[in-house]
Design a protein around this ligand. Structure first.
Ligand SMILES: O=C(O)CCC(=O)C(=O)O
Length: 265
């Protein structure tokens, strides 16, 4: 086990579906900021822009850039990301799934709605982890919000398109509606963070974030990893991110040439 992770972290991650790890990537912040600066000037064709009336700033999000942005690639392959993910998911090894960049300009007014990531993905399994890594100091009220224990709900939450709230897939019987997260049934985990801190959460945790209405920029990278029992799952439509040429069958381990094993114990 990496020294940076304790048995209590693993227990909390299993029970709550989320845990904060302090100062764990401090040495990588300069590198990742350099990557993010390149990224905002060279977004990929997957990039999406969200804008809210009455706010001057916008939110740009983009996916799957780690192979073309050398700073991200360096981080994925050479940081403690893989070993931490292996420990937290209690796996023998982990595959890298994808990266997600969220660039919220000052006064952008676009919140991230409550949602679960898993239903948007072409995978299934319990040993999953995302590392949410803010590049600036974040006050608690503009930090990630996670509904503790929501990763253990019996069904996945029906995914919707963030732009128009329509159902993401045509056949949605297998999903449940989003519960009322703020009615007191769930403990909301939310922490003020400094650059280098990371919030690690299961793909099935229900989470959200308030809009950045502040005068400063807010940049976050999320890195997603797959543990031992994660397998390909065919969804009833396009996923997000989408891998149209993946050419895999239900139950297969994800292809190594696209999703390499980055750590093995
Ligand atoms: O930072 C945010 O606004 C949301 C991040 C998020 O949804 C994620 O990393 O899965």
């Amino acid at each position: 086990m990496t020294e940076a992770i304790t048995r209590t972290d693993i227990k909390n991650f299993n029970n709550d579906g989320v845990v904060i790890l302090r100062s764990i990537f401090s040495d990588w912040i300069k590198v990742l900021r350099r990557g993010a600066e390149f990224h905002i000037n060279h977004p990929s064709e997957n990039a999406l822009i969200h804008k809210q009336d009455n706010y001057q700033g916008q939110l740009m999000e983009d996916f799957c850039n780690w192979q073309r942005i050398s700073e991200y690639k360096d981080f994925v392959l050479n940081s403690a990301l893989g070993s931490l993910a292996t420990d937290l998911t209690e796996s023998q090894s982990v595959q890298f799934f994808h990266d997600h960049y969220l660039h919220k300009e000052a006064s952008s007014g676009v919140p991230t709605p409550w949602h679960q990531d898993m239903p948007y993905y072409c995978v299934d399994g319990t040993q999953t982890v995302s590392f949410w890594l803010p590049l600036e100091s974040r006050k608690r009220n503009v930090s990630l919000k996670c509904a503790a224990g929501s990763h253990l709900l019996p069904k996945e939450i029906r995914p919707t398109s963030w732009s128009n709230n329509e159902s993401f897939y045509e056949n949605t019987d297998e999903f449940m509606d989003l519960p009322d997260i703020e009615n007191g049934d769930f403990e909301i985990k939310q922490w003020a963070t400094e650059p280098g801190d990371v919030v690690a959460f299961n793909f099935r945790i229900i989470h959200s974030a308030n809009a950045n209405k502040l005068s400063g920029i807010s940049r976050t990278l999320s890195f997603r990893l797959l543990g031992d029992n994660v397998r390909y799952r065919q969804r009833p439509g396009r996923t997000s991110p989408n891998f149209p040429d993946i050419n895999q069958k239900n139950g297969e381990r994800l292809r190594e040439d696209w999703f390499p094993t980055i750590w093995r114990n």
